[in-house]
Design a protein around this ligand. Structure first.
Ligand code: ASP
Length: 438
């Protein structure tokens, strides 16, 4: 029998009603042996997340102001959950201890982590699972960096001692025992660490959407969900701006080859998106996996006759960027031209200086700067070794009357990047989506 680790996000645990859905999901599959909860999130769009309230509590305490008002809101929410779930569990002593700790000047990390801690206690009681405090099994080193080796040794041993357990997300401990949290949204990372520690067959990440979408729904309304995506494809999409799981969250499971399944607590019947190490391109030939893009790039085009015969030209060009502390995204080139595509956020008003230094260093025939470019990546393992994909992308854009200013295909052949002007960004994404998906 395989082991499944199920992480539930804040909206999945926002109130007793949501928690009942979570319980039903866990009980539907005996392989769901380890559960990683977030803190209760928003119940409605204008509600407050418990984690935000806890940070507020800490800030209030720091100003030597009474925390009672904020803390009562937090305490009431948890007590309401316990009452609504009809649990016999007495949460009051735990709340009292946390109140005392915060009032006595506990750290921001400790304070924020109590959201997950309390939710973990409640979930363990509700499910009849053991409770494992994350501070005892997830470790950071003295520099505050996640200590993967120590964690893996301790957590794998500890999980093996518990048939079923709840491990709160978002935090671990420093070598001295103090609580330390991951960055915001860090329960995803905790879930991946637990999955790795349990040598799980799958890491289920339960949230409020039925998986990752093929394109940004703000651009393509009703965009479909990706069924299967590889870690490699995901990285390309995330890099181009798609909001997916944190790189850090993927890392522990990616290394161990454990697939991640993004699922929807409100629609457990949906299969969600499966993130895997390798997936056959054959089942997906000619298809794309996703589209992502970003606006606001600048292209510097450098032209010089017989550039191809000149030794060290590209090195001199790139060293100008390096000296100015500017990194570039792409470098499409022709026989006598090299272009560098740079994110505007990198340039910070340095364009004129860079252009003049390129003129001195490279003695080109011309240097031209084009601003306001958007980059759009069409990503898919099904594109590799399949003729006609680039033509299809270009054809779609031709039909949509979009002028392509740059095209770049990675050598892995799993992505094609086009550069268009910022104003054509949305039209480009839509045209590519419609050509491949519908
Ligand atoms: N509760 C934490 C946050 O709001 C961590 C998480 O939910 O993943 O950032």
């Amino acid at each position: 029998m395989g082991i499944k680790v199920a992480k539930f996000g804040g909206t999945s645990l926002a109130d007793a009603g949501q928690i009942c859905k979570v319980k039903a999901i866990i009980e539907a599959d005996p392989e769901r042996r380890y559960v990683v909860p977030s803190a209760p999130g928003k119940r409605t769009s204008d509600d407050k997340k418990i984690t935000d309230l806890l940070y507020l509590c800490h800030a209030t305490a720091k100003q030597q102001v009474s925390i009672d008002e904020v803390f009562d809101i937090i305490a009431d929410r948890y007590l309401q959950i316990v009452t609504d779930l009809e649990l016999q569990f007495d949460l009051k002593p735990h709340l009292q201890k946390i109140y005392n700790d915060i009032a006595a000047g506990a750290s921001a990390d400790y304070t924020a982590s109590r959201g997950e801690y309390l939710n973990g206690l409640i979930m363990a009681d509700l499910l009849g699972y053991d409770f494992i405090d994350a501070a005892e099994v997830i470790f950071f080193d003295e520099n505050g960096r996640f200590d993967a080796m120590r964690t893996q040794t301790v957590i794998s041993k500890r999980l093996a001692e518990h048939e079923r357990a709840v491990i709160p997300g978002f935090y671990g401990s420093l070598p001295g025992g103090e609580v330390k949290t991951f960055s915001r949204g860090g329960s995803d990372i905790s879930g991946a660490i637990v999955a790795r520690g349990a040598a799980a067959s799958i890491y289920e990440n339960w949230t409020d959407v039925s998986g990752l979408l093929i394109a940004d729904p703000r651009i393509v309304k009703d965009a479909l969900t990706m069924e299967v995506v590889t870690y490699g494809e995901l990285r390309e999409l995330a890099y181009m701006g798609a909001t997916v799981l944190h790189d850090e969250a993927i890392f522990p499971v990616r290394q161990a080859g454990i697939p991640v399944n993004i699922r929807n607590t409100n629609r457990p019947e949906d299969a969600g998106t499966m993130i895997v190490k390798d997936a056959s391109p054959i089942t997906h030939r000619g298809m794309i996996t996703g589209i992502a893009g970003k606006k606001d790039f600048t292209v510097i085009v450098v032209e010089k006759a017989l550039m191809n015969q000149e030794l060290g030209f590209a090195r001199r060009l790139l060293s100008v960027l390096e000296v100015n502390g500017v990194s570039f995204e792409h470098m499409p080139s022709g026989i006598d031209t090299i272009s560098v595509v740079i994110a505007d956020s990198q340039l910070n008003g340095k364009v004129d200086k860079i252009v003049s230094e390129i003129q001195t260093e490279c003695q080109p025939d011309s240097v031209n700067v084009y601003r306001g470019m958007a980059l759009i990546a069409t990503v898919g393992r099904g594109m590799a070794y399949t003729p006609g994909i680039a033509a299809k992308v270009l054809g779609a854009l031709g039909q949509a009357n979009v002028n392509i200013r740059m095209i770049d295909q990675g050598s892995s052949e799993i992505n094609i990047i086009v550069g268009v002007s910022n104003e054509d960004f949305e039209r480009t994404v839509t045209a590519i989506y419609q050509t491949f998906v519908k």
